[in-house]
Design a protein around this ligand. Structure first.
Ligand code: A2P
Length: 263
């Protein structure tokens, strides 16, 4: 396939590895240009040239800011313009990537606090995979609760990394072990935790499961990433508890980003 030079504002990166978690979920790693800088939690446009035209979508970067490579986590949409092509990408092929990362799921959009809650459904997990590997997160917070809601166990990508492999990693382990509290929950299959994240917040179980005080805006900060419905319901719950939304210009108690990839 002929590769034209990317337009200004975009770069080309090499795909280094692809991992298919299920028929519907995959992740891939790419090279990282040394000039490409981002904060853990941000997203960037990535894509492919399809029939001579760049097809770009927003993707949260799943690798932390210090990593030499970039990682992305995606669903495969059967008739999606980008993911129907991206799903068959292989190591050695090239992708387009925007030069500028952005987004609100960054530490600087939150006021200081004791516990950081990262609430994700589905591929909304991606930005939090970067944040839970970011040492600064553990300097700012005593505990980081990563709650991931999915339908079935097979959808819990990164489960083993989050529960075992990263906490015992020689470099990462001493930073995250005992501080990162992982809470996977399923809605369509029996599991150690069952029910929607919103139910676990409303019932107080999410905090109680980790012997933490009930969720409150004095101590807790929250980042949310999932479907539009999940964001709406979680935001409403937090607002009733007195949390105020933050932004880059005005840090607050919680921040929100839609899990992007849907085509
Ligand atoms: P449920 O199975 O009850 O719909 P999806 O695969 O549709 O993106 O869903 C991923 C997970 O998010 C599922 O466990 C789903 O639960 C849950 N979910 C869907 N809508 C909401 C919502 N409004 N609030 C919290 N969780 C939700």
């Amino acid at each position: 396939m002929k590769q034209t030079d990317p337009a200004p504002g975009r770069m080309s990166v090499e795909v280094l590895a692809v991992h298919h978690w299920t028929d519907e979920l995959f992740s891939f790693r790419t090279s990282r240009d040394p000039s490409f800088r981002f904060e853990s939690g941000q997203f960037v446009m990535i894509g492919l040239e399809i029939e001579g035209r760049p097809v770009m979508r927003a993707y949260s970067i799943a690798s932390p800011s210090w990593a030499d490579e970039l990682e992305f986590y995606s669903i495969k949409v059967a008739d999606g313009e980008l993911t129907s092509r991206l799903r068959s990408i292989e190591a050695g092929e090239r992708l387009l990537i925007g030069r500028k990362a952005t987004g609100t799921l960054v530490l600087s959009a939150l006021r200081p606090g004791r516990t950081l809650y990262l609430l994700a459904t589905g591929t909304g997990l991606a930005p939090f995979l970067a944040l839970v590997r970011e040492p600064e997160v553990y300097e700012r917070f005593d505990h980081v609760v990563l709650a991931h809601g999915c339908r079935q166990e097979q959808d819990l990508s990164y489960h083993d990394l989050l529960s075992d492999i990263w906490p015992t990693d020689p470099e990462l382990g001493p930073i995250i072990s005992g501080k990162l509290l992982y809470f996977p929950t399923l809605t369509r299959e029996p599991f150690i935790n069952n029910g929607r994240l919103t139910d676990h917040i409303a019932s107080g179980r999410l905090a109680a499961a980790h012997q933490l005080a009930p969720l409150n805006p004095d101590n807790d900060r929250v980042m949310i990433c999932g479907s539009s419905d999940m964001l709406r319901d979680t935001r409403a719950l937090l607002e009733t508890k007195g949390f105020t939304e933050g932004s880059l210009s005005r840090p607050g108690d919680y921040v929100v980003e839609r899990a992007f990839v849907d085509s």
